[in-house]
Design a protein around this ligand. Sequence first.
Ligand SMILES: [Cu+2]
Length: 687
Amino acid sequence: MILRRKALVAAIFSASASSVSMASDAPSTVEEMVVTGVRTDAPLNVTTNPKAPRQPVPAHDGADFLKTIPGFSVIRKGGADGDPIFRGMAGSRLSMLVDGETILGGCGNRMDPPTAYIFPETFDSIQVIKGPQSVQHGPGNSAGVVLFERNQARPQQQDVSVHSSVLAGSFGRHDEVLDAGFSTPEFSIRGSASNAAQDNYEDGDGVEVHSQYRRWNTQLTLAWTPDDNTRLELSGARSDGEAAYADRGVDGSKFARENYGVKFSRDNIGSFLKSIEAQAYYNYVDHVMDNYTLRTPTGMANPVGMNPDRQTTGARFALGFVPSVNTDLVVGIDTQGNEHSNRSSMNQNKVRYQDLPRVADAEFSQTGVFAELGWNFGADHRLVGGLRADDWEVKDSRQAVSLGMMSTAPNPSYGQTRSETLHSGFLRYETGLESIDSTFYAGIGHNERFPDYWELVSKESASSVSAMDTKSEKLTQFDTGLIYKGDKLSGSVSAFYNQIDDFILIQSGFIKQSMAMGGMATARSATIARNVDARSWGLEVDAMYRFNPRWRSELTLASVRGSNRTDDRTLPQLPPLEARLSLQYDNNVWSAGLLWRAIAKQERVDIGRGNIAGQDIGVTDSANILSFNAGWNPSERVLVTAGIDNLLDKTYAEHISRAGAAIPGFDQTTRVNEPGRTAWLKAQYSF
Ligand SMILES: [Cu+2]
């Protein structure tokens, strides 16, 4: 295995080396290690380079790459495919856009959040826009929106670009990434391929966690750029994977995705109408979960297989205007529709799910119009505001609702269509405070979010087996912050306070009485969606201090609190206070660093309640995790980094982790524990 890995490294390096002579003197593409987070460069805007090495070493998926940004956590279910959560908000409260496209998972039990279909290292930037402070990037982004993007700039000359990396680590971990392009000013082609795998990891006590995974991805983009201002792009992607889950009775044996997209943009058109952007896309997700591919069914249990799928299509059209020297305006329309279907077999030995027809259960569609205006006035003041309206429709095609594994009930909302128009808007003031090298901002935003598939279709309501009448969520949030850029010290603080009407709370273990055979009343436990009124507030801090050109220290802090005002309890699934402190040495050739992550105890819990990705289990202890990293940057093109995550081999779990399930051959744990001591080595070659 090691030999094979070495051969691969050599192959990639020699393939890259042979094209070195063709390359011009391009600037360095190698970046410094991302350990404590990322810099906030503009109000509510955090960006990070997904090609830079990160600590702790992330699973090769979209969720794990967000972990280094303060305020983000990941709901762990196994080794990969965790659910990202920002400021205690998960699911459709936090949208993910992949080059502007929406991708939605197929799994009714949330094994495949959108980030399960994202392979971050093949992108050029990850941008987070916090809060309801933007209307250009689709509907419902109450916690924020994450944009995974590839460069769109026109190549100025004939060029070859390569980013390649290989990573090897504990627990059989190995990743291979190649992202290469050939371009002339008129035409360019860019392709990427990645492969990532890991065996079951062990927690700090040496307890094996059912968590092995394998993921691969290929992507191709063709672009025609006839002049400096015009770009037409065709793209496609295919990916698949499998992942063991430590929190449930089945594993994901298929995460297949197929994608096609077309994009057109034209810039610098005139003095009033400045730009046009148009795009359309197709995303298809085919997911299988079963209890026989990555584990052996227990005792008398039958082999079961479930195969949901979802097709998501969408389009966006936006016009950029310059109404005056001091104003900029974006007006546009976006639309998205998705169809979900299911098929499953409770005994693969009798009937294979593959032989069953797919049965549609729900269809969603949304069309929105938006306008966002920026106005610069005075010496250094800016007002930004936006309005958005969305038309939503959902059709319920389920004739019956399944109540657990074995029984079903007629669906009271079968055949019904629900339509609704929702509104969002925001206004923000920004100002540069030159005397203290700072930018200050404050804004108010309102966001209405239509319930998603997992809230409407995968859950029941308190009074019915269908949750189709769950109300839309309405959030009003105040955001404020300060960005400081001094000589030695730089950093930012962002704080928020919100009020959420009809917050959609997911409650498990809700006891329902039902009439069984012979009129005998029986009780069963259901997971329901219900609307409550809620509030949440919190802040994120990031700071960097440069002692001298070689030594720097970084600090981040994130805290969120919330209350469920209807039930007079805390809001559940809130990560505890967390701080990260790092000390990093870098002389441009060699680097080394220490990272200390301190997680406070979380006592504010509401057991059994939460969101579509998870519910509170109980109080979680504090934890202190120390990690070490080192790097060697012998040339602009080569970067070798290594790290030991969780150096002291602590056993700990994130508060928002899922509960551990009973899996044959594995010890059951309260939560899915984080990996114990993990060593890794990553080599990157880019030009
Ligand atoms: Cu699933």
